[in-house]
Ligand binder design. Structure first.
Ligand SMILES: Nc1ncnc2c1ncn2[C@@H]1O[C@H](COP(=O)(O)OP(=O)(O)O)[C@@H](O)[C@H]1O
Ligand SMILES: O=C(O)[C@@H](O)C(=O)COP(=O)(O)O
Length: 426
């Protein structure tokens, strides 16, 4: 297996989002969970996305895991490695976008790294270094209330500089509109002044095509699915890849029961749960009782779902509105409450699979990571897209036999996402 493009994703939903974009743009792609065991048989592929769960861990841990993955991807032939971050730049002043990007760049011999979270298809655009989510600056968007990394500054040059050792430059839209050569010259000039990274503006896909072309001339880049689109199109245009992937053969039916687990507290997911409740049973976990009396609450949820799943899909949700989340966090702490809830939802997911669930939708990046780890799934093949950024996934090499999953970023999908996903997973 010699791949053309390697990627390290900082969470599992982000990995499936990127794998979806690469597949849609013609790259035969596999999503692995961590560095795969050498015994795992993978088909002939153009790209690998290694999913890590390093968005909200201490920076040194994230750097260590990412550099190991980079080494493995280079051994598989990757000439370029994309560090896949969230399109809403989810991170804190302690990291991990800056520290990981700088470490990957150093491992590849240094030079300026292009960084952009733009993903126009889902409304994420960057102008003069400022990130917009839909029509709102990042700090006014629902991301200001994220349970783990509330985002309070839309100026990404500033945000990235706070978490990095080196300085951070800007490649603005006029430089990008002037074409790949001009934008690359700007990146090189910034690197000569000591900048380790440069935030790149991008509003339209054509901007990302330009950025993809210049990123391919460097060993490392950092961005969201938009930059993945640029890199994939540049690879196909260069003739290095035939661009033949479709993903359609991945959704052969698996049968079994179906369920939805939600741990995202995003506005989009809260709405999707309300809408699903019109057509299927929804259990809303009580996170306060979950933290106070964990095992009893988990057992009660498994029993509730177990009584209903043979009749049709059910939703088990920890998700709550920002006021409720803050109340819980002030009592138990941000990380402790997040971690305890992820552990609970992952145990519930695993127990439901034990009871015959083979089609599983998980809402939330950290929530998905915890569930996939608990199920010990080694890798996924990428099927067709359910909604922008969310493909159907088929498991590879897991003990339970073939399953179909959808790992939904909290913010993605229309209000009927859950029924739309299950309709594509038979
Ligand atoms: N009711 C709640 N109160 C506090 N935290 C919660 C609650 N429900 C879920 N969480 C936590 O919020 C975090 C949501 O993050 P994540 O799953 O990555 O979603 P998203 O994709 O929206 O970022 C998880 O750590 C989850 O355990
Ligand atoms: O880039 C994106 O927005 C997504 O791929 C992603 O990373 C989402 O993260 P979560 O919202 O934590 O799932």
């Amino acid at each position: 297996m010699a791949i053309s493009l390697g990627s390290i994703a900082d969470d599992y939903t982000g990995a499936s989002d990127l794998a979806n974009t690469l597949t849609k743009n013609g790259l035969r792609t596999v999503q692995t969970v961590g560095i795969p065991d050498p015994s795992l048989a993978l088909p002939d592929i153009d790209a690998v996305v290694v999913s890590l769960k390093i968005r909200s861990v201490p920076a040194s841990e994230a750097v260590n895991a990412a550099t190991k993955a980079e080494r493995w991807l280079r051994q598989q032939g990757a000439g370029h490695v994309l560090y896949k971050i969230c399109s809403t730049f989810d991170s804190t002043d302690a990291g991990n976008i800056g520290p990981v990007t700088e470490a990957l760049s150093e491992a590849a011999g240094g030079g300026g790294v292009l960084v952009t979270p733009a993903f126009p298809e889902t409304g994420r655009t960057v102008y003069l270094g400022h990130l917009f989510v839909g029509g709102q600056p990042l700090n006014e968007s629902p991301l200001k209330d994220h349970p783990l990394n509330p985002m309070h500054d839309a100026n990404l040059v500033r945000v990235l500089a706070r978490q990095s050792r080196g300085t951070v430059g800007l490649i603005d839209l006029p430089a990008i509109a002037a074409g790949a050569a001009a934008a690359k010259a700007k990146l090189d000039a910034l690197a000569r002044t000591g900048a380790t990274m440069a935030i790149a503006d991008a509003i339209f896909e054509r901007d990302l095509e330009t950025l993809g072309e210049i990123a391919l001339e460097t060993p490392v880049s950092t961005g969201a699915s938009g930059l993945g689109l640029g890199l994939a199109r540049a690879l196909v245009r260069s003739g290095r890849i035939s661009g033949s992937a479709t993903g359609e053969d991945v959704i052969r039916p698996v049968g079994g029961l179906s369920a939805i687990i939600a741990g995202s507290c995003s506005k989009a997911t809260l709405r999707q749960i309300d809408v699903a409740e019109r057509v299927m049973p929804v259990l809303r976990l009580d996170p306060e009782r979950l933290l106070a009396a964990g095992p009893d609450q988990i057992a009660a949820a498994i029993s509730w779902a177990g009584d209903r799943i043979s009749a049709g899909p059910v939703v088990v949700a920890a998700s709550a509105a920002p006021e409720t989340v803050s109340r819980l966090q002030s009592q138990y702490g941000r990380e402790a409450s997040g971690h305890a809830i992820e552990t609970a939802t992952s145990i519930i997911a695993a127990e439901l699979v034990e009871r015959g669930v083979r089609r599983l939708v998980v809402a939330g990046g950290e929530t998905s990571g915890a569930a996939v780890d608990k199920l010990a799934i080694p890798a996924f093949l990428i099927g067709p897209e359910i909604a922008p950024g969310v493909p159907v996934l088929r498991t590879v090499g897991n003990a339970q036999g073939d399953m179909l999953l959808a790992l939904k970023s909290g913010n993605f999908g229309g209000e009927d996402f859950f029924t739309a996903a299950l309709a594509m997973m038979q």
